[in-house]
Design a protein around this ligand. Structure first.
Ligand SMILES: Nc1nc2c(ncn2[C@@H]2O[C@H](COP(=O)(O)OP(=O)(O)OP(=O)(O)O)[C@@H](O)[C@H]2O)c(=O)[nH]1
Length: 202
């Protein structure tokens, strides 16, 4: 079987239960898993090719565990990432405090990593506005300050998720590092083609 080259490492960060795994599941498999919540242990990996103009960019997505117990491990997964999708739950204000923690980490340890803020579970706040605990405009101001992109998504309804990953791939494609990565630094992931690789997950 031919190996798969990953162009850009993408890491999912955020407090436990915000919906990182659901976001990746929706994007990669176009499904929303129902049933009892299972926290991620360690991290999970999936590679996904995505068309950008006349080129295919393969994103290598690391879905990290949100529990603070695994914080040290999450640090390993953001090393060398070209993009970080830092998630918070629109119905949980404490999850946004965790965003600020990860942004500070990335700013001091991974300066070249682009940051995408992702407010999850938008279906819940659309159905009942009183459940929104994180204001869109406040986050947009914060995003401007840290030069990040902001998306609000629903994995349940599949809203704004393709747009998020498409933007990640386009930004990567447009960055000068694209040429360098494809010509010199592509990573061969052997047989881990298009499937979750449960290093120690779920
Ligand atoms: N209504 C709704 N529920 C969601 C959505 N995304 C995730 N959930 C639910 O939120 C819970 C947590 O989702 P996960 O995707 O497992 O969260 P996680 O961030 O990966 O959690 P950790 O693995 O602990 O870090 C699950 O019960 C999901 O069904 C969404 O878009 N809408």
């Amino acid at each position: 079987m031919s190996g798969q080259r990953v162009d850009a490492k993408v890491v999912m960060l955020g407090k436990e239960y915000v919906g990182k795994t659901s976001l990746v599941e929706r994007y990669v498999h176009n499904r929303f898993l129902v049933g009892p919540y299972q926290n991620t242990i360690g991290a999970a990996f999936v590679a996904k090719p995505i068309q950008v103009g006349d080129r295919v960019v393969t994103l290598g997505i690391w879905d990290t565990a949100g529990s603070e117990r695994y914080e040290a491990m999450s640090r390993i997964y953001y090393r060398g990432a070209k993009a970080a999708i830092v998630c918070y739950d629109l119905t949980d204000s404490s999850s946004f405090q965790r965003v600020q923690f990860w942004v500070k980490e990335l700013q001091s340890c991974e300066e070249l990593c682009r940051i995408y803020l992702c407010g999850t579970k938008s279906d819940l706040v659309a159905n009942d506005h009183s459940t929104r605990k994180v204001d869109y405009h406040d986050v947009q101001d914060y995003a401007d300050e840290i030069k990040a992109q902001l998306f609000e998504t629903s994995s349940k309804e599949g809203r704004n998720i393709d747009e998020l990953f498409q933007k990640v791939a386009e930004d990567y494609h447009n960055s000068t590092s694209f040429q360098l990565m494809t010509e010199e630094k592509g990573v061969d992931l052997g047989q881990k083609r298009d499937s979750y690789f449960y290093s120690c997950c779920h």
